[in-house]
Design a protein around this ligand. Structure first.
Ligand SMILES: Cc1cc2nc3c(=O)[nH]c(=O)nc-3n(C[C@H](O)[C@H](O)[C@H](O)COP(=O)(O)OP(=O)(O)OC[C@H]3O[C@@H](n4cnc5c(N)ncnc54)[C@H](O)[C@@H]3O)c2cc1C
Length: 271
């Protein structure tokens, strides 16, 4: 793959990546070179140019953690400029490219700050357990071992969109005030939750599962049997059918837990 180049600096490596490069290919190639930073984001489908749009994330890591700058071209003027991460206004599955700059710029290049210093982030899901149990892993895993483990977990839990249509996670993990999370934890001590700090992130898949909806089928759509966060399309359905299923799930979660799940994919004319 020729569409990226690496600039070795003291202690880190800057990767200049063209927008058309396939994201997963970049992850595997940089991981194979021993570079840390994006290994937890393996097997997320799509291009590098799309990655900042929703600040792609998985296994406790977001693109924004390693992104240094984004090059954009303004569609109205053709002017090319660089935005730093603050200007990108990244949040959980959010950025300025979904907001003020939506439809106004095209992303042409990314700069990622990667590192040769080992920095495994294994605290999310069962990454650490898998790596500890892997015969090929060393006490300190390589970025390639982490990326390959992420791929293995994703292949087990997530349906292959080429075989069973899906858009990945259908709902965002809800962010709730810490006090609300604490209240829910009294009632559901096993509820997965991720660091407080004003707001606590809950696991939408767990909430859906608790409502007994994992594996449910509603006509042409359903909840995946191994991952409740993924809605699947068995074929022959339409937009109304999808939204009916999604609304039903959101209603059930709201009734039980008092929060409304929001879709993660962008919906075009949802109703
Ligand atoms: C099976 C599956 C699993 C997934 N898992 C994850 C996951 O774990 N984590 C996660 O965060 N996402 C996940 N996703 C969502 C998806 O992979 C990401 O949103 C990805 O970035 C989409 O890339 P794409 O090239 O297909 O972009 P598209 O879907 O074609 O575009 C997405 C948006 O970005 C805009 N866009 C695309 N390229 C550019 C550009 N160069 N400049 C400006 N705007 C642009 C488009 O206009 C559109 O609004 C998953 C999706 C699927 C189908």
């Amino acid at each position: 793959m020729q569409q990226y180049w690496l600039n070795q600096r003291q202690g880190h490596v800057l990767a200049y990546v063209g927008a058309g490069v396939n994201w997963h290919t970049l992850v595997m190639e940089t991981a194979a070179r021993g570079l840390w930073g994006i290994e937890n984001l393996a097997l997320i489908p799509g291009s590098c140019g799309a990655a900042p749009v929703q600040n792609i994330g998985a296994y406790g890591v977001e693109l924004a953690d390693t992104l240094q700058a984004v090059q954009v071209m303004e569609l109205a003027t053709g002017q090319v400029k660089w935005l730093d991460t603050q200007q990108c206004a990244f949040g959980y599955r959010e950025s300025i490219f979904k907001g003020a700059l939506a439809g106004r710029v095209v992303i042409t290049q990314l700069v990622l700050r990667l590192s040769r210093t080992p920095a495994p982030r294994l605290g999310y899901g069962d990454l650490a357990i898998r790596l500890a149990g892997s015969s090929t892993s060393t006490p300190s895993p390589t970025p390639l071992a982490v990326a390959e483990t992420v791929c293995a977990i994703r292949r087990e839990k997530l349906p292959d969109p080429h075989k069973l249509a899906n858009a990945g996670s259908f709902f965002k993990n809800p962010l709730v005030p810490d006090a609300q999370a604490a209240q829910l934890l009294q009632q559901y001590p096993a509820m997965p939750h991720f660091p407080p700090g004003g707001q606590t992130k809950l696991a939408a898949g767990w909430l859906i599962d608790q409502c007994g909806l994992k594996g449910m089928r509603d006509g042409a759509f359903g909840v995946h049997q191994h991952q409740a966060l993924v809605l699947v399309h068995f074929g022959g359905g339409n937009r109304q059918g999808l939204m009916k299923t999604a609304d039903y799930i959101a209603d059930q979660v709201e009734t039980r837990f008092g929060m409304r799940l929001e879709p993660e994919p962008r919906l075009i004319n949802p109703h």
